[in-house]
Design a protein around this ligand. Structure first.
Ligand SMILES: Nc1ncnc2c1ncn2[C@@H]1O[C@H](COP(=O)(O)OP(=O)(O)O)[C@@H](O)[C@H]1O
Ligand SMILES: [Mg+2]
Length: 252
């Protein structure tokens, strides 16, 4: 059961310029960690074209966001309960033409979401990669923006492009950077320093680092088991790193 008391939810959007950098793994495990700390969490699968929150969690999806919008269905009926503190709003998988919502559909989704989100403490959105309309919309709806980058140079240039558009067209100035798949602490620090330098020089923006995650086989093993690594491998380095991010988010 979801609590019905008013929670004043914090909406946090998780994006990246490039795909395959770990957004879905990060978001699913962060949601798990926050619910483990007693918070009510809603995870929205905002990757409306190629959803995979359902796959990572091994869910049986009944109604997707797309069906909910098309049929004017009650959004609450589409939520899937993972545990009493963790609900998921699944998207629709593998249907590229559904990747972007029209303005009317966005307006309907926003008003439907706003009716249900005050039951939660945190609303996390796992978006698609890139700078498509739905990515922009979810990012501007959110209170906080987390951008995931990896040491891969194309991840950095694509993340820069994303933040540039969010800044210049949508007035976003505060970004939390999550550095994923690092091989050492030093590599993580260098990636953050390089990205910060570029953002400060060209956009006059000072980002904050919300955390770093090492390359860790428990992340890929957990995906094969369709379980969050935070539960499948609670003692792993990845779980401790996610736990630290969750603590930082509690302090927002
Ligand atoms: N820190 C990590 N260590 C090892 N593998 C990772 C890590 N982060 C992500 N991966 C792997 O990278 C792949 C892409 O991750 P995913 O979360 O689906 O990315 P995205 O949602 O950005 O496309 C997955 O197979 C996942 O197991
Ligand atoms: Mg994903």
């Amino acid at each position: 059961m979801i609590a019905t008391s008013y929670h004043n939810p914090k909406i946090i959007c998780i994006s990246s310029g490039k795909g395959g950098v770990g957004k879905t793994s990060f978001t699913v495990n962060l949601a798990t960690a926050l619910s483990d700390k007693g918070k009510q969490v809603l995870l929205i699968d905002g990757d409306l074209g190629l959803a995979n929150v359902d796959v990572v969690l091994g869910l049986n999806v009944r109604h997707t966001i797309r069906e909910t919008i098309e049929e004017g269905r009650d959004l609450l009926a589409s939520l899937v309960e993972i545990n009493p503190g963790f609900m998921v709003l699944p998207a629709s998988s593998g249907v590229p033409e559904m990747a972007n919502l029209s303005l009317e559909e966005q307006a309907f989704l926003t008003s439907s979401l706003e009716e249900i989100i005050d039951r939660f403490d945190y609303v996390l959105i796992d978006t698609a990669a890139g700078i498509g309309d739905s990515v922009m919309w979810f990012n501007t709806w959110a209170h906080e923006n987390i951008v995931i980058i990896t040491p891969d140079p194309t991840s950095l240039t694509d993340a820069y492009a994303l933040m540039k558009v969010l800044h210049s067209r949508h007035g976003r100035n505060h970004f939390h950077l999550m550095i994923n798949s690092v091989k050492s602490k030093k590599e993580g620090q260098e990636v953050f320093a390089n990205m910060s330098l570029v953002l400060e020089r060209f956009l006059k923006i000072t980002p904050r680092q919300i955390g770093a995650m090492h390359q860790d086989s428990s992340v890929s093993n957990a995906i094969r088991q369709q379980k969050p690594f935070f539960l499948a491998a609670p003692e792993s380095r990845a779980s401790k790193e996610i736990d630290a991010v969750a603590d930082r988010i509690l302090a927002f």
